[in-house]
Ligand binder design. Sequence first.
Ligand SMILES: [Zn+2]
Length: 173
Amino acid sequence: MADFQSIAPRDHEAYMRFALSLAEKSDPKPTNFRVGAVLVDEASNQILSTGYTLELPGNTHAEQCCFEKFSASKGVAADDVGTVLPESTVLYTTIEPCNKRSIGNLPCTERILKTRSAAKGGIKTVYLGVKEPETFVGENKGRAKLEEAGIECVHVTGFEKEILDVATAGHPS
Ligand SMILES: [Zn+2]
């Protein structure tokens, strides 16, 4: 795909840095965090999709954009993305997936869980760069919810400050 760059298999820091570069493409706004996400087939080390906050029309989140772009590329409905994801799919996201959104928007945690109920494939591991700050919706239980459902969550450390600087670039100081 167009954004592809050569990253060694399981080079979590490099994938996190790539996700952060995607977050930087999102327009700075006071009302959200700028997040970047990368969907990877860990077995073949193929980047399946990328996304960032507000990349697609509407109030779209980074993970959501990853899923919607991938399902569209496979010709399936966004809700059925789990049926076309390889078994060894992992997700890199700069900030812990959200667990609460305003009415009408499915939280990314739910979207991730749905990829697994749809088929045998789906997301098996989520690599996250930082826990979601409590600015907008209070404590995020996204990670705990994913882990309860058997999805491994791995904190890739060392990028916290950069991730938060990028995420909050549009916030009043
Ligand atoms: Zn989200």
